[in-house]
Design a protein around this ligand. Sequence first.
Ligand code: DX5
Ligand code: ZN
Length: 214
Amino acid sequence: MIVSPSLLSADFGNLARDIEMINHSKAQMLHLDVMDGVFVPNISFGFPVIKYVQQLCKKPLDVHLMIVEPQKFVNQVRDCGAKIMNVHLEACNHLDRVVQQIHDAGMKAGVTINPATPVCLLRDIVEQLDLVLLMSVNPGFGGQKFIPNTLNKVRELKALLQEKGSKAVIEVDGGVNEVTGRQLADAGADILVAGNYVFKAEDPLKAIDTLVNL
Ligand code: DX5
Ligand code: ZN
């Protein structure tokens, strides 16, 4: 399993130490949650922090934008060194164009959907995507409870990707632990995001290992 720890649950007073832990871990990416207080009812961090993280982190950055009008920030995300840029379907009036902009900027394009957004809305975009990010909690906060219907959505998305011949990978974000992670692996998820399960663990390296070995 590919694991993308979410820095949102890290100790912001010791970011360099926590990123060093990620560098020494088996995590294959690092997930960064950008929130604007409009698309979601919370504000996290922005570009100066991501630039700093990028300088210290040896793993590719997986940036999840929970913001309105993400198309305005494509080049800034690229300039921060992100490899993957995830935008919310619910935040884009012209999703196809945003995906093209992300590719033109040299990044992998991911589209994210909220728990109440059906997988079928991705039907006419999946061929263009490198990644689909399914939210398994309502975005805005770490440490929430996994929404079980996500398992059905993973299976439905897997079938849609196969039908359309899309090579997009399936990432799931929210409430991931060793139990829900196992269920997601069985349903067909490729990448698991985990915030609290990793950073609030007594032994974060071991928590990452557990998910990697699912
Ligand atoms: C929620 C964020 C998640 C969050 C996951 O809005 O997108 O990435 O950090 O945190 P956990 O794993 O604690 O649910
Ligand atoms: Zn996220």
